[in-house]
Design a protein around this ligand. Structure first.
Ligand SMILES: Cc1cc2nc3c(=O)[nH]c(=O)nc-3n(C[C@H](O)[C@H](O)[C@H](O)COP(=O)(O)O)c2cc1C
Length: 224
């Protein structure tokens, strides 16, 4: 059964349930097993993770533990998708030569050659909704983006750092990894050489635009 569930070369650490809803069983098993995080004394509180996350472009060469990779991939699979059609695919690049080529397809950004390289691609053909092609593509890019964002947060929770690569030549990336799908982003993950403080943001008062109910609406509702 495992061959049906996992790509070639990928063997989950967790025991796969024989029950019907196997994919969810596996997801739940991977995500609810906190033994290793506890052992490593990781702070996985979601708000701490969000406030700690910082893009990193320098990684140690140290390989990432399989259990962490598994969690990062599972986290992506928990993201919401349009109609739950999961209009995206993830390519886990293990080939070093391929990683080197990807640097060239990403405006020569050297850190793309990171210990863990995941490419999130749009797959609008999975989105079986009765909308225009343009809308389905829009859904697929949102699906792929959300999945990558979930992975990025999971990576932070696991004591890793990452860099989101959006500056890519989509055609070149697709050619390198051998897909007809359009890549959306590359997530490069590793152990940071230095722990940096999070970057500043604008004030929330500038970011949030509160739209109060219009006074006129209140007046018209009143009985004359
Ligand atoms: C859509 C998008 C595209 C990005 N593309 C790149 C990129 O190609 N190269 C890079 O070094 N960083 C890239 N970044 C990372 C941003 O530069 C980084 O998130 C930003 O400076 C904020 O820093 P922080 O992530 O530490 O908060 C990208 C981020 C996003 C969300």
């Amino acid at each position: 059964m495992a061959e049906k569930l996992f790509p070639k070369g990928y063997q989950p650490i967790h025991q796969v349930s024989e029950k019907e809803d196997v994919r969810n069983q596996l997801l739940t098993t991977i995500l609810s097993d906190h033994s290793k995080e506890k052992e490593a004394k990781l702070d996985t509180d979601i708000f701490d993770v969000m406030s700690r996350r910082r893009s990193t472009r320098k990684f140690e060469s140290k390989a990432i533990e399989e259990w962490k990779i598994e969690k990062i991939l599972a986290a992506a699979d928990t993201a919401p998708t349009a109609g739950n059609f999961q209009g995206f695919e993830i390519f886990h690049v293990k080939d070093t030569k391929m990683k080197e080529k990807l640097v060239g397809a990403a405006n020569k950004q050297p850190y793309v050659n990171a210990p863990l390289v995941l490419i999130y691609c749009k797959n609008p053909s999975r989105v079986k909704l009765n909308f225009s092609k343009k809308m389905l593509t829009k859904f697929a890019i949102q699906d792929a983006t959300l999945a990558a964002a979930y992975s990025q947060l999971a990576a932070t929770a696991l004591g890793l750092s990452s860099i989101w690569i959006g500056m890519i030549d989509e055609e070149k990336v697709a050619k390198i990894i051998g897909t007809k799908l359009v890549p959306s982003s590359i997530l490069c993950i590793g152990y940071p050489t230095k722990q940096k403080l999070p970057k500043s943001r604008r004030n929330l008062s500038e970011l949030i635009h509160v739209l109060e109910p219009k006074k006129i609406a209140k007046i018209t509702k009143k009985k004359v």
